[in-house]
Design a protein around this ligand. Structure first.
Ligand code: HEM
Ligand SMILES: *[C@@H]1O[C@H](CO)[C@@H](O)[C@H](O)[C@H]1NC(C)=O
Length: 320
């Protein structure tokens, strides 16, 4: 009995604090302070996607771009001001990130019920999960308890976010810098089963490269002209088969050399391990879904602010 008690104590205490006394995220962080938050997030995302299902992809991408720059701390949501340079106009984000109004709408619903309690970083983590689930993807329990950053750096956004022209080894290096494995890289890239990219992101791939299906490239050339700077804003779906359904068709596209971005197609031919993971996901959606959920939880754990570090913003666009 005594041994059981000690065992239980160790397990229970390891859930909330690490060896450094730093608090960890937990599933229950708001269960007393804001029990309705998960429902409010879900209902607001559902409403937004009913109006425009393409917003789901944009919200999922916001979470990725938040977590890869100084951790999941809602830094990506801070607006530029004459006195503050945020991440929104860093090259990987400018004229490309969208969906901020959905996060604002969630925050506006949560604040009157739970004043100054739920961080923007957690709202983003929950909204990303709900977007995936509502579009047909997996569902997972989100760890919460993150706090919001009071600052950020445009330079960090430019340096940390992988570019569409990246090679497999560049991608693996940039994920390894966040303690994410090649398997995490391949599973998380499956986010490109939803959403769209601008011509400027895939032009080089469809004109200059050989590792792309000819008829696929030919069709894309209709929307994306070859001249730098012309038609940059034209969009194409990242998953040509089912752009607003979260499924495993992204990997089937890769096998058919129909990845939209150079970085997508790089996952195949990245060595025997990467190839075997792509092939497995392409034939087994269950395997993709469970790995994707696990990797999203890992990504969501990238250096969160906890305890009394950072703050809980009242408005996600600016610090208090
Ligand atoms: C592996 C490295 C990655 C690269 C190089 C990359 C690059 C890109 C690029 C260039 C776009 C199109 C941007 C535009 O043209 O406007 C895009 C879109 C997108 N990315 Fe990634 N990405 C990567 C990983 C991820 C991850 C890990 C996630 C989420 C877990 C993600 C989610 C998305 C989504 C959902 C979109 C569509 C956004 C929309 O339709 O608004 N990406 N990505
Ligand atoms: C698909 O993957 C799941 C999860 O890894 C596994 O349990 C299942 O056996 C796989 N199915 C097939 C047909 O290989």
């Amino acid at each position: 009995m005594a041994i059981m008690c000690i065992f239980f104590f160790l397990v229970a205490s390891s859930i909330t604090t690490t060896a450094h006394g730093q608090q960890r995220l937990s599933h229950k962080f708001y269960s007393r302070s804001c029990p309705g938050v998960q429902h409010l997030v879900r209902a607001t995302v559902e409403e937004a996607l009913r109006g425009d299902p393409t917003l789901g992809a944009s919200i999922l991408r916001l979470f990725f771009h938040d977590c890869f720059v100084n951790g999941c701390d809602a830094s990506v949501l801070l607006d530029d001001t004459p006195f503050f340079i945020g991440e929104k106009n860093a090259p990987p984000n400018m004229n490309s990130l969208r969906g901020f109004q959905v996060i604002d709408a969630i925050k506006a619903r949560v604040e009157p019920r739970c004043r100054g309690t739920v961080s923007c970083a957690d709202i983003l983590a929950l909204a990303a999960r709900d977007s995936v689930a509502l579009l047909g993807g997996p569902y997972w329990a989100v760890y919460v308890g993150r706090r919001d950053a009071r600052t950020t750096s445009r330079q960090a956004a430019t340096a940390n976010l992988p570019a569409p022209g990246a090679s497999f080894s560049d991608l693996a290096t940039s994920f390894a810098a966040k303690r994410l494995s090649p398997r995490d890289l391949i599973a998380l890239s499956g986010a490109h089963t939803i959403g769209q990219a601008h011509c400027s992101s895939f032009r080089t791939h469809i004109y200059g490269e050989s590792n792309v299906d000819a008829s696929f490239a030919g069709a894309l050339r209709q929307t994306c002209p070859p001249v730098q700077g012309i038609g940059n804003s034209h969009l194409a779906p990242l998953d040509v088969q089912s752009p607003v359904v979260f499924d495993n068709k992204y990997y089937q596209n890769l096998v058919a050399r129909r990845g939209l971005l150079h970085s997508d197609q790089e996952l195949l031919g990245g060595g025997w391990f990467a190839d075997s993971v792509v092939w497995r996901y392409s034939v087994n959606q269950t395997a993709f879904f469970s790995d994707f959920a696990a990797s999203m939880i890992k990504m969501g754990n990238i250096s969160p602010l906890t305890g009394n570090r950072g703050e809980v913003r009242l408005n996600c666009r600016k610090w208090n």
